[in-house]
Design a protein around this ligand. Structure first.
Ligand SMILES: Nc1nc2c(c(=O)[nH]1)N[C@H]1C(S)=C(S)[C@@H](COP(=O)(O)O)O[C@H]1N2
Ligand SMILES: [Mo]
Length: 195
């Protein structure tokens, strides 16, 4: 397609799509929430923990007065990275893609250099503590797809906080089974706390 036709197609699309869809701000959440960011955040799009209806978070002891909730589309709008670590489950390299964890946090109004600790919590209750500085040093991503296939429930998804262990000095020398302890699969909540 030449540039002019591309531009025309764009103009046509613009004319047929409702203005609302084009102007949709990133905070408009339409799909089910996949990830809830709480604590020291600068932006919020939902209110406090609902003790009656936020059942999984209640079971896991979450407490918050506001949060930044992301759905699939909000995650997909962020620039994606691809890493290719050898996974401990089958000892084979796999492509994992998704935004940097730090980029997701920036969306929630957490400054890149904020001196904070992150509590990364998974669906099964597995929780790890990691500083934002280490998450950046490891270039940890919030993976949404494995080998091009969206991650899902029952497997490692829908989200997996993971890094490229093969290329990180802190992990590449360790046995495979010890490389991913800081990588919760089924990640669904991140609590940001001052150090
Ligand atoms: N959700 C979740 N993520 C997890 C774990 C877990 O139990 N649950 N275990 C961690 C640990 S200690 C390791 S070594 C690796 C592999 O653990 P797994 O075999 O339980 O997936 O995943 C990490 N991520
Ligand atoms: Mo482990």
């Amino acid at each position: 397609m030449d540039k002019r036709r591309f531009l025309m197609t764009g103009a046509l699309l613009g004319a047929t799509l409702p203005a609302r869809a084009l102007a949709a701000p990133s905070r408009a959440r339409a799909g089910p929430c996949l990830l809830t960011v709480t604590g020291e955040i600068g932006r919020s799009n939902r209110g406090p923990l609902d003790p009656a209806l936020d059942q999984l978070m209640v079971k896991h002891g979450a407490k918050f007065d506001k949060a930044w909730a992301l759905d699939t589309a909000m995650l997909a709008r962020l620039p994606a990275m691809t890493i290719q670590p050898t996974l401990e489950y089958d000892a084979k390299p796999h492509k994992l893609s998704g935004p940097l964890l730090a980029t997701v946090l920036a969306e929630a109004g957490v400054a890149a250099r904020a001196p904070v600790m992150l509590g990364l919590r998974a669906l099964d209750g597995y929780t790890i503590a990691l500083s934002l500085a280490d998450a950046q040093r490891y270039r940890m991503i919030v993976a949404t797809a494995l080998d091009g296939v969206p991650l899902g429930l029952g497997g490692l998804g829908p989200l997996w906080a993971v890094y490229d262990a093969d290329r990180l000095p802190d992990f590449k020398g360790k046995p495979l089974k010890e490389r991913f302890a800081l990588c919760p699969w089924g990640l669904y909540a991140i609590d940001v706390k001052p150090v």
